[in-house]
Each structure stands twice: as C-alpha cells, then as structure tokens.
Design a binder for this molecule. Structure first.
Ligand code: SF4
Length: 290
C-alpha cells in the first residue's frame, strides 16, 4: 500500500484495511489539528487507488471492512467514490462495510440522494468531525462551518440510512468557554442524535496555531479535572440514542455509555471522580496520545 505521510483512522476501524483515496484534508485550517499540516491536498488518481486495492486483494486475508482516508475523503466526487467502492467489492469478496471521514461541507455537497446511492453501494458509516456545538468556538478554531450546517449534515447522513459517528473535542473551548462549549455540544448532539459519539481531549501539538495561542497566553487549556467536569456537563445536556465513548487514548477518564439508559450512572461516576479528585483515577499524561 502506497501511503503518503501519516495515516489516521478512528479507533473503531482498527481491524479495517485503510485505503488512502485522498492525501490530506481539503479544509486543513482547524487551529488545533496537526494531522495533515504537512500534506498538500489532492485526490488520488483511480490508477493509484486501483493498484492499492489490487495489492490488498493479493494479501489473501478475508478483508471485511475498509476505511477510506485521509481527513475528509467524502469530498471526492460521487462518480470516483462509486467507482472505488464498486472496485473494492469486485476485488474483496468478503467486504461488508466501508467507512469514511467527512466534514459538514463534504456531506452537504453530496446531498441525500448521493449518500443513499453510496449506502446502497456499501458505505456503512460516516465519521463526522463536529468538535463543538458552540459557534464562538467553531469560529475561533476555524472549523469553517456552522452549528446549523453540522446539524443538517448529521441528519442527512442518518436520513440516507448511513451510521453516523461524531467526534467532539473536550477542551477546545479553552478555560474561558468550557461551560458554553459543553452545553452547546450537548445541544448539537441532541439535535443530531448520532449512532456513536467519540469525545476526544484536546492535545496541544507544537507547530499548530493553537500552540502559538497558548504561548502568547491567548488560549488556556482546562486542567484534567476541568476536562472531566466539561465531559459531565456535555453528557448532562445530551439526549440521544446511541453509544457515547470517551475511551480514546487522549482522554483522562475512559467511559462508554449506552444512551439514554447509562446517562445517570455515567454522570454519577463523573461526579464521584470530581468529588474525590484522586489523580490515580486518571490516565497518566505519559499514556495519552492523539
Ligand atoms: S480537524 Fe478535520 S477538517 Fe479540520 S483540519 Fe483536521 S482533518 Fe481537516
């Protein structure tokens, strides 16, 4: 497989074949995101993609899941995406699900009809980066979208019958906006009602704009217990019917809550952790990662 640069995938795609159909992210402006800063965005040619699929087909493994990278691969025009999925199905007879990263722009450009066509072809899950429901935070981190567009995109994915997995980012509002970020993110999750939510914690990476903001004292990262309090406020304001995870390696407190039934017990756990303030309950910084 001819991967260009570092490759990222959701934790739940750990057992999938990662097929890089784009290089980088077409937006690439979020101030906190180090993932694709060294890559110039491009869509790979079908020939390049085909060669990778042919190579994977020769592994001799029963590949049943494929994840399409990089950062917002859904931006690939519909005919090319259909061509890729059709070729995957031809070459990988055990294939049962294709997943992909997307941002709101990519979903809205597709529209419900194209998304339905992709679902019928085998696209089973879209991972949508939301980060925050707070417009002030979205603007500050240059997410390039709005609360309304994010909700519309989330609903469009679900209407097309594709599973919706949403990422939100603890700490991205900084200390000054922590509460507003948590409340508004709970509100947007309620409006979208995704199948899965993955809450990650912001890790500051040198070279990113947000790192420079910290250096200048313009952004202050919440402490570990403040991040857990933020998580609690977010969950308290979220009414959804899916799985809420915070088990990503970036988090201090891993949780997995089937909503709505686990909501109260999860809030109690968070309350107890905050009451005891015992650092032994937290994942050590040395084990945290992007
Ligand atoms: S967070 Fe997502 S949309 Fe923003 S720059 Fe990173 S990959 Fe692109």
């Amino acid at each position: 497989m001819k991967y260009e640069g570092a490759i990222y995938r959701p934790p739940s795609e750990a057992n999938s074949l990662i097929l890089q159909i784009t290089v980088g992210c077409s937006h690439n402006r979020c101030t906190f995101c180090p993932s694709y800063k060294d890559k110039r965005f491009r869509i790979k040619t079908f020939q390049e993609i085909k060669e990778d699929i042919d190579e994977a087909a020769q592994f001799g493994w029963a590949i049943d899941k494929v994840f399409l990278a990089d950062g917002d691969a859904l931006i690939v025009p519909q005919p090319r995406l259909m061509e890729v999925i059709d070729y995957l199905k031809r070459k990988l007879p055990h294939l049962r699900r294709v997943g992909i990263y997307a941002n709101a722009k990519g979903v809205l450009k597709k529209g419900t009809e194209n998304l339905r066509e992709l679902r019928e072809a085998g696209l089973g899950i879209i991972y949508l980066g939301v980060e925050s429901g707070d417009q002030v935070v979205l603007d500050r981190v240059k997410k390039g979208t709005t609360y309304e567009k994010l909700v519309q995109a989330g609903k469009m994915v679900k209407d097309a019958g594709i599973k919706l997995s949403v990422t939100v980012l603890l700490g991205v509002g900084g200390r000054d906006r922590s509460k507003e970020h948590a409340v508004a993110t709970g509100r947007i999750l309620t409006a979208m009602d995704p199948d899965y939510v993955g809450a990650l914690s912001l890790i500051i990476v040198p070279g990113t704009p947000i790192y420079e903001e910290i250096e200048k004292g313009e952004f202050v990262l919440p402490t570990p217990f403040e991040l857990i309090r933020e998580l609690g406020i977010m969950i308290a304001h979220t009414d959804m019917h899916g799985l809420f995870f915070s088990n990503h390696a970036s988090n201090y407190l891993p949780i997995k809550a089937a909503m709505p039934q686990d909501k109260e017990s999860t809030l109690k756990l968070i309350h107890d952790v905050l009451a005891k303030r015992d650092p032994n309950f937290l994942r050590p910084d040395s084990l945290r990662a992007l």
